[in-house]
Design a protein around this ligand. Structure first.
Ligand code: 5GP
Ligand code: MN
Length: 315
């Protein structure tokens, strides 16, 4: 507890960033830490940089203060990289890490090689949001901070279901509940509720998915022309691969969507024994043993053939 106090008490300016195409844990950990610093160290000048803000997380306090561009050349005393498994996944905000006097990485990706000056990397912790909670003085956690961290934990544990959920995760979630958050509404509105566009693209993927490798793998591909037709953007695809994984008999779920700039984003999930982070790392991606991703250029048939060959080796 309070393990980042020394650095925070010595810094006059702080920047926080997380991975590109931020998800719930990335948003929750970045804004949770931002709101904590503002509350506990009001004299510190703190900025958050994120590539985008998915609408489901706009309720988080100060989401409107997030800098979406990295045009300023400000040099910070301290830079936090949160929930980001590799430096290149910081996107444009990596320049603030390079120029900062000191950097701290807080993360739970197995594939993280520790690219900051101080690295808190724990693959066994459910989420970066939980990890942030473990490193701060929790007596300063108020309702808005608790909301951010709780939602981050909810998203990375699939509502306390995935096996990254430990009894400690539940204890932390319980402490956050005790701060007075409306946990039931938070789960519903940030995790389960979907916009109609999101339901439609999910419907397309479920309708068109295919079984491979004797039914051990389910694959769905979302071509650019389809996402364009529905007016959907990458943050609308959250949850599709998790739904594919809920198919009886499969071990691995693969979801690929086409980027407007060419190439595909691949999301991989496994149920029991396949280590998908190993597969993602072969394509310069990464993640966790049961949830990983990568970006790949080329023709989708060839990409999938290649990935399926690697899944097959592990099956
Ligand atoms: P998703 O499939 O939901 O995008 O990502 C699953 C997990 O893998 C997340 O923890 C995410 O941070 C990680 N991940 C996804 N894509 C990449 C990538 O291109 N590089 C790295 N290092 N990690 C990724
Ligand atoms: Mn995470």
């Amino acid at each position: 507890m309070d393990r980042i106090h020394k650095e925070l008490s010595e810094a006059k300016s702080v920047a926080i960033s997380g991975h590109i195409r931020p998800d719930g844990d990335c948003m929750g950990s970045c804004l949770g830490l931002y709101n904590y610093i503002q509350k506990r160290y009001p004299e510190v000048d703190v900025d958050v940089y994120l590539e985008s803000i998915p609408p489901a997380f706009k309720f988080m306090k100060n989401s409107d203060k997030i800098h979406l561009d990295c045009e300023s050349d400000k040099v910070y005393d301290l830079f936090f990289s949160l929930d980001c498994g590799a430096k290149d996944r910081l996107g444009k905000a990596a320049k603030y890490l390079d120029s900062a006097k000191k950097s701290i990485c807080i993360d739970h990706h197995v594939s993280n090689d520790g690219f900051a000056d101080i690295n808190y990397i724990e693959p066994d912790i459910s989420s970066t949001s939980q990890y942030v909670y473990e490193l701060i003085d929790t007596s300063y956690v108020d309702i808005p901070i608790a909301e951010c961290l709780y939602v981050g934990i909810v998203h990375d544990t699939g509502v306390f279901q995935y096996d990254c959920t430990s009894s400690r995760t539940m204890a932390v979630a319980g402490e956050l509940m005790d701060k007075g958050i409306d946990y039931s509404r938070l789960i519903d509105e940030s995790y389960y509720m979907k916009y109609i566009i999101q339901n439609r693209v999910m419907g397309y993927c479920l309708l068109n998915c295919e079984l491979k490798l004797d039914g051990k793998v389910v694959v769905a591909v979302l071509p650019l022309e389809v996402s364009k037709k529905y007016g959907a953007v990458p943050s609308d695809f959250e949850g599709i691969v998790a739904q594919l994984r809920h198919t009886y008999g499969i071990e691995v779920a693969i979801f690929a969507y086409e980027f407007p700039t060419g190439g595909y984003k691949i999301s991989l999930r496994s149920c029991n024994y396949v280590d998908v982070s190993k597969i993602a790392m072969k394509y310069d991606g990464g993640g966790h043993v049961k949830a990983a991703g990568c970006s790949v250029k080329g023709d989708i048939e060839t990409i999938l053939e290649d990935i399926l060959a690697q899944v097959s080796e592990q099956l």
